[in-house]
Write a protein that binds this ligand. Structure first.
Ligand SMILES: Cc1cc2nc3c(=O)[nH]c(=O)nc-3n(C[C@H](O)[C@H](O)[C@H](O)COP(=O)(O)O)c2cc1C
Length: 205
């Protein structure tokens, strides 16, 4: 998996002197997808151009209209248009240095681990040239299941970063592990990711 710095040379459209402030946000069908607009809003406020890619199930938990309004760009979501498949593979895969998948369901993580490509976000993850960050969000039982543990370990070995989950109140009202890392924590980590890369890029000159 190339580092952000390495990705600079891969991103032809980006600013060569620095990893471009671009992020692709992948949203999957977790109840935590209601926080996707907050993530987009925060990223845009931080100066990131943001593109959203939704799984078919994600659309039941958040709306394209909200994400389009906040990101100033329509989400990629229509599975049946060849133009969009082309976009996912040829453009978005090398458009941004980071693909942030938040929230990531147990189902989606299993498919990532198995190498499935049967929706646009999965296909994008397979084709993506930069860093992939996965923020799991699920019920405590799902998170603790050995299958999920194995799948998370598998994608970690692919070089994907796993942020969270946190322990706290879950959608069920129970306290447990599986709560998506808070958007504010994502923003802090993204900020430091870019500043570390800035320092590295400067030293490399
Ligand atoms: C109300 C509701 C909430 C759900 N929340 C979660 C969740 O937080 N995490 C999870 O892993 N699955 C959750 N699911 C199950 C997923 O939606 C389901 O596994 C789906 O196939 C995920 O599709 P995707 O990963 O392609 O987006 C929920 C389902 C429903 C009906």
């Amino acid at each position: 998996m190339p580092s952000l710095t390495a990705r600079i040379s891969l991103n032809k459209a980006g600013n060569k002197s620095f990893p471009p402030r671009r992020i692709v946000l992948g949203v999957t069908g977790s109840i935590a997808a209601y926080k996707a607009p907050e993530i987009v809003r925060g990223l845009v406020k931080m100066g990131f151009e943001t593109r959203c890619v939704l799984t078919p199930k994600a659309k039941e938990f958040t709306t394209s209209l909200t994400l389009a309004t906040l990101s100033h760009y329509p989400p990629v979501e229509n599975e049946n248009e060849s133009r969009l498949w082309e976009m996912a593979h040829l453009s978005l895969a090398s458009w941004a240095p980071v693909l942030l998948i938040a929230p990531a369901t147990a189902d989606f993580i299993a498919k990532l681990a198995a190498g499935f490509g049967d929706n646009l976000l999965l296909a994008l993850a397979l084709a993506f040239k930069g860093k992939i960050i996965v923020c799991p969000a699920m019920d405590g039982g799902m998170w603790e299941h050995p299958a999920t543990k194995r799948n998370v370990e598998t994608i970690r070995q692919f070089g994907y970063e796993i942020w969270g989950p946190e322990t706290g109140e879950l959608a069920s009202g129970k306290i447990g592990s599986g709560r998506m890392v808070e958007p504010q924590t994502m923003f802090e980590r993204i900020k430091s990711l870019w500043s570390v890369e800035k320092i590295r890029t400067r030293k490399a000159r």
